[in-house]
Design a protein around this ligand. Sequence first.
Ligand code: PLP
Length: 399
Amino acid sequence: MSERTYRRLRAELASLENDGLYKRERPITSPQSGQIRVDLNGTNQPFINLCANNYLGLADHPDIIAAAKTAMDAYGYGMASVRFICGTLDLHRQLEQDLADFLGMDDAILYAAAFDANGGVFEPLLAVEDAILSDSLNHASIIDGIRLCKAQRYRYANNNMTDLEAKLDEAAAASPRAIVIATDGVFSMDGTIANIPELRRLADKYDALLLLDDCHATGILGPQGRGTAAHFNSRADIITGTLGKSLGGAAGGFVAAAQPVIDMLRQRSRPYLFSNALPPMLVGGAIKALQLARAGDELRDALRGHARHFRTGLSEAGFRLLDGEHPIIPVMLDEAQLAQDFANRLYELGIFVTGFFYPVVPRDQARIRVQMSAALSTGQLDRAIAAFTQAGRELRVIK
Ligand SMILES: *Cc1c(COP(=O)(O)O)cnc(C)c1O
């Protein structure tokens, strides 16, 4: 019986491999940064790193490491409990209040990951008599969170406000108790920024709440890195985010919103109630990371400059990019196998990038998603552009 299952799994894995869809992980032996070391057949080779979410370059920042160590010395290694049983530190509340203050919300609540924040935010707030409108390119964790909730679901075409309004009309026709519009602030595979002014206008017109997953925007966009809504001088009603990207890159997630929303999540959100409190070192590190991110206009300027430089370099070399201004730069290759081959060739040339293909992006839209970091230097970017150009010619992606 079990042998039959293992046989089936082996066959499915073999077909992933055949279709060029099999993902391989490469062991890094250094801290996350602009340059990393990778174990290559027992030798430690340096690579230029173009695919971490380490936007502000804080992942190996000495002040964050020191703050994490201080918190570990003061509070120990782990909490061995969930928050409401005996797992809430003064430090947890400080981080929650710092995040709320940063994002201009009443309060915030921590989760083990943004995946959990999105997984746990819908079900406690909404029921069958409510409606959720979700962007078609929303992150997997939003999709899962919505699945766990009994509200009526409507999906609108990516960042398409005409379609959203049509779906809002459809939803409103059923006279729902509440309406939530859920969107990524920045779409992680494309780097496009959600049309917040229009989302806000429609949310107000239909008396809906606007929920923004700002994982790829917190620390990066807007004044002091306050995110996508601040970038447009607008506001969201509920913001979900991560501590695992620009804010130090370790782990942890959060929801920031009005008081009754946060209070209800503390009572009813399952990934919060039934999962361990964040370890003290992560919380201490994140408090410091948030301070550095708020003060980090120089880092944001460097990041923007790098994105412009890299986009210009690759466009001039003849690559097809998705337009945008975000440090996510998708280099389109269309076929999964080509994206894999391209990433492998770049790897041989000392550039660490990953091919993205189905099911992470739609079929026939495989790509290399490059991500800029303030930790990179212009020299490293130019070396990377030269390597892209060489690999692109060899694989006949460019002339
Ligand atoms: C990375 C990401 C998440 C998940 O964040 P974790 O904290 O790593 O779980 C959720 N939503 C979006 C849009 C993301 O990019």
